[in-house]
Design a protein around this ligand. Structure first.
Ligand code: S3P
Length: 164
């Protein structure tokens, strides 16, 4: 199988955990678009949101995706909002097999609880934010996906087995 695999889905879907495991199983490199953005900027995501706003972060995210999709045989985990931009969707769908890691808002909340590295969740009501974002973005995740895997009903090992 092709090793160009992209994981999409909301914050707390488990993209990094699954991505690392998957890359290990199929024997290729794992890359994360958020980490790519941070390495290039020499700053973390909260700093980028503070100083450059969400639009500055989205521009950096686009550049990271452009760069990552020019590489071969990697498993790429994307940030939850990467699908918003059409250019990103076009690049990702040309790159390889897109897996949507579907998860419930409750699970997202558990996995992102008090995570200071996610600026969009630094508000009084993260559940409301996650619910709204999922409502807006889920049609895009579904439209892009070649495969949808439920991360609530499966262990990381089972998820990787379904993908490979
Ligand atoms: C975001 C998700 C984050 C990160 C940024 C914005 C979003 O990535 O890109 O905080 O818009 O949903 P994860 O999905 O890896 O948490």
């Amino acid at each position: 199988m092709s090793k160009n695999i992209i994981l999409i889905g909301p914050m707390g879907a488990g993209k990094s955990t699954i991505g690392l495991l998957l890359a290990d199983v199929i024997g290729c490199e794992f890359r994360d678009s958020d980490k790519e953005v941070e390495d290039k900027a020499g700053a973390n995501i909260p700093w980028i949101f503070d100083v450059e706003g969400e639009s500055g972060f989205r521009e950096r995210e686009f550049q990271a995706i452009e760069y990552l999709t020019s590489e071969k045989n990697i498993v790429i985990a994307t940030g939850g909002g990467a699908v918003i931009r059409k250019e990103n969707r076009d690049l990702l769908s040309k790159y390889g097999c897109i897996v949507y890691l579907k998860t419930s808002v409750e699970q997202q909340l558990l996995r992102t609880h008090k995570d200071a590295n996610r600026p969009l969740l630094q508000q009084d009501d993260p559940k409301k934010v996650l619910t709204q974002l999922l409502k807006q973005r889920e049609p895009l995740y579904i439209e892009l996906a070649d495969l949808i895997v439920d991360t609530n009903a499966n262990t990381p090992k089972q998820i990787v087995e379904k993908i490979t």
